[in-house]
Write a protein that binds this ligand. Structure first.
Ligand code: AHM
Ligand code: MG
Length: 331
């Protein structure tokens, strides 16, 4: 058992299994974990240092930006831009690609992130998180181009999230299973706490914002009716990372579906849905937009939204079945 192993040691062990590895990815990942430790520290003392509340600005999606959103964004950008392994970054908080300044060496990886997911929960001490997706640059210039970011989720080389909850956790996959690490504040390191996570095939939890029910398609309504009939419980934090993490460990399904108002859903494909889809598939679950597998979607825009149904395999299959049944009835 490797429980308790520090993240860096774990990464080096994984790196040794792969003879062609250069170690670049391990260094990049270590930088990312350092950025998350800075965010974790700030989230934990937010009430004491006047960093709660709105930054009095809106982001590219027209949403209110919180001071901590900007602090988390800056922490990640400044930690990651100088590491020498990235060709470019993209963030929920930045309209355009974030280039790597010329003063720093450049690498072949692309990093996309939602620096602080669950912003509406920041001020009330409820779990929030950072979600990230790592791709390999496809174009040949030193600086990444938009097309390097617009790759389907199936091309991700790594994806994960940091959960700032009752403890700070990292959950990630590189395509060889899903592993969870817990930050031990006394030693300042992420230690392996959940090796090879598998999501139960079927869960007894459904998570969606029920206040949208007047806009639901019949498929959502029918699925939730079935879930209730078999005794499922509703659990909804309103932070994707927290809702996803609970369902990953306990089994269940999270939905932010298409509805009568928008067929686009709310969540962003590249730095919310895709990374979570990579993790859940590696853990034995599934992720769909209702009409296609999330990781098969060909992105057209950096901040594109997608409907999301994600979690235990059988639950997602049943929800997708409800979408298909409605599509057949209306065609
Ligand atoms: P954010 O990235 O601006 O925080 O928005 C995403 C969040 C998710 O964490 C969560 O699942 C969802 O929005 C909640 O939305 P709603 O308040 O509409 O239920
Ligand atoms: Mg988010």
């Amino acid at each position: 058992m490797r429980i308790g192993m520090p993240l860096t040691k774990f990464l080096y062990e994984e790196q040794r299994k792969c003879p062609n590895c250069t170690g670049n990815f391990t260094d990049l990942f270590t930088d990312l974990a350092r950025g998350a430790k800075i965010i974790s520290r700030d989230v934990n003392r937010a009430g004491l240092i006047n960093i709660l509340g709105s930054a009095e600005q809106t982001n590219i999606q027209g949403e209110d930006v919180q001071k901590l959103d900007l602090i988390a964004n800056d922490a990640l950008i400044t930690t990651m831009e100088s590491g020498g392994h990235l060709a470019g970054m993209a963030s929920e908080e930045n309209e355009n690609i974030i280039p790597i300044p010329d003063e720093f060496p450049k690498g072949d990886y692309i990093l996309l992130f939602d620096p602080l997911d669950g912003s509406s929960n920041i001020d009330v001490n409820i779990s929030v998180g950072t979600i990230f997706s790592i791709l390999k640059k496809k174009t040949t210039n030193d600086d990444a181009e938009l097309s390097d970011f617009l790759q389907p989720g199936g091309e991700q080389v790594c994806a994960g999230y940091f959960l700032y909850g009752s403890s700070t956790m990292l959950v990630y996959t590189t395509g060889c299973g899903v592993h969870g690490f817990t930050l031990d504040p006394s030693v300042g390191e992420f230690l392996l706490s959940h090796e090879n996570i598998q999501v139960p095939e079927q869960g007894s939890i459904y998570s969606l914002n029920e206040s949208n029910s007047n806009k639901w398609h019949d498929s959502t309504y029918n699925f939730i009716k079935k879930a209730k009939a078999r005794g499922c419980k509703a659990r909804y934090v309103g932070s994707l990372v927290a809702d996803f993490h609970r369902n990953l460990l306990k089994g269940g399904v999270f939905l932010y579906p298409a509805d009568k108002e928008t067929n686009k859903g709310k969540l962003r494909l590249l730095y919310e849905a895709n990374p979570m889809a990579f993790i859940i598939e590696q853990a034995g679950g599934a992720a769909s937009s209702g009409t296609e597998n999330i990781m098969d979607i060909n992105p057209k825009d950096l901040h594109q939204r997608t409907p999301l149904i994600i979690g235990s395999k059988l639950d997602v299959e049943e929800a997708v079945q409800c979408c298909k049944a409605e599509a057949e009835l209306t065609s």
